[in-house]
Design a protein around this ligand. Structure first.
Ligand SMILES: Nc1ncnc2c1ncn2[C@@H]1O[C@H](COP(=O)(O)OP(=O)(O)OP(=O)(O)O)[C@@H](O)[C@H]1O
Length: 306
């Protein structure tokens, strides 16, 4: 059974249809990317699943999380699911965090809101801060948001999102505001801890490094979907072709981006890998795990099909 099943989702503002006929599924543990140019409808799709559409914007169609409807249900019911069964990490943590509340209290609050006792919630807060690899969790719990770096704040948001063990995590450009090295650490962490993931980005390199499957949106519709490998090596839609051409991704046989860092011994690369001797990040499982290069660009290091 799918964790998330979306069928014929549409989003409207008055008579204007902003998102139409969006259908997809995410299975347990699956990491799915949602890419597309600015204004293509990625955020509205995610917000409609969370029941967080802006005033005057409405969703129709069907979306269900583990069989429970998310669209067209009363706010009271959605409130019980939001932050517990599905949660979301946004681009800018500073706007999502309360500036005058200590970090620990904010992490604990999302658990007490969903029924945990205060002692239980605070005890778990330290574990969660540790799980998102924040150093000195007790000190961080005492801090206010402005005392943390952007990367640390985004880890706090991830801890909050994970607090109630959701079935699905939605991330909307969670690393855009971070510098490249911090971005890579955050992406690795998200890929590791997400139960099932819908990951929104306009960056193909990022989606290739985090997700197994990808949906491409254009003009409010999903125009293409498939595994990263299928979509990035054999794009069917002209828009996807354009996106790939404009990106620094390097599927088999095409131009490589500048790769920084030391190149490991040739024996480290799998046989037949097109990037053999050139790729500093290839590992024996590189076919399914494209990696970010030292300069933050992704390469898709899979074996040639033949
Ligand atoms: N509150 C709103 N009222 C009317 N139109 C809106 C509203 N919010 C978004 N839109 C429009 O809906 C379309 C899709 O917006 P959305 O934010 O989902 O795009 P996006 O793909 O997430 O873009 P970006 O990558 O820039 O965040 C855009 O044309 C946008 O102008």
């Amino acid at each position: 059974m799918s964790t998330l099943k979306v069928e014929g989702l549409a989003v409207r503002a008055d008579a204007v249809e902003l998102v139409r006929d969006v259908s997809f599924e995410i299975g347990p543990g699956e990491r799915v990317g949602l890419i597309g140019e600015s204004g293509s409808g990625k955020s509205l799709t995610a917000l409609s699943l969370m029941g967080l559409l802006p005033e005057g914007v409405t969703a129709s169609g069907r979306a269900a999380l583990d069989g429970r409807d998310l669209v067209g249900v009363p706010e009271k019911r959605l409130k019980r699911l939001r932050g517990r069964d599905l949660s979301m990490v946004f681009q800018e943590p500073m706007t999502a965090l309360n500036p005058v509340m200590r970090i620990g209290a904010q992490v604990a609050e999302v658990m007490t809101l969903h029924g945990a006792s205060r002692p239980q919630a605070f005890a778990r807060t330290y574990d969660l801060l540790e799980r998102v690899r924040l150093p000195h969790p007790r000190q961080i719990a005492q801090a206010y948001p402005h005392q943390l770096s952007g990367g640390q704040r985004q880890r706090v948001m991830l801890a909050i999102a994970l607090a109630n063990e959701p079935q699905l995590l939605i991330c909307d450009e969670p690393t855009t505001a971070l510098d490249v090295t911090v971005q890579k650490q955050m992406l690795d962490l998200i890929a590791e801890v997400a139960p099932a993931l819908l990951f929104i980005t306009h960056d193909l390199a990022v989606v290739a490094s985090v997700c197994e499957r990808v949906l491409v949106m254009y003009g409010g519709r999903v125009v293409e979907s498939g595994t990263i490998r299928e979509v990035f090596t054999r794009p069917r839609h002209r828009y996807t072709e354009g996106l790939l051409a404009a990106s620094k991704l390097t599927p088999r046989g095409t131009r490589l981006p500048t790769i920084q860092g030391s190149v490991p011994a040739a024996g480290h690369f799998p046989r037949g890998c097109v990037f053999r001797n050139r790729c500093p990040h290839a590992t024996p499982d590189c076919e399914t795990a494209p990696a970010l290069t030292g300069d933050g660009h992704a390469h898709a290091c899979w074996h040639p099909a033949d």
